[in-house]
Design a protein. Sequence first.
Length: 186
Amino acid sequence: MSTHFTFSDFPVLETERFILRKAQENDCIDLFELYSDESVVKYIPLEPFNSVEDTKNEMIWYEKIFEDQSGLRWVIEEPKTKKVIGTCGFLNYEKAHNRIEIGYDLISSYWRKGIMKETLPTIIHFAFTKMDINKIEAKVDPENKSSIRLLEKLNFYQEGMLREHEFEKGKYVDLVIFSILKREYK
């Protein structure tokens, strides 16, 4: 029997301080807090959410990428309070090439507390060991210095600049592409 991930049951992962799990309807308020914050969505292709309905649509997208087997998005929960403080996961899964893109976000009051440095290695390990991924990519706005520093700390390699790669919020944006290969993973 294979031990590889099959996209049938959503995996629950744990770190020292957090539980990574599937989003549930009662997470709407916490996710609205996350995505209604302009500083959180500054470097991602989302406008700040105006309603809980926007949050429900985001959660439908989480479900869709799982069902399509094109990605996984975990919510990051504090076990004691049951508060969802962010999300992390994968999208744009290219099974033929064993390649996937990582993404993450966090409520701004939780920034600079080592949360992503703790949670991302858990999902990176999952991708390399359970999904048989060979390459994890990250595409980051060049102005998002915090995210760039995080990726460097996690041993991602900067491959280059994708010039005017996406049209977001009324303008073309450059993206810096980072990656880590399975053979580089420690």
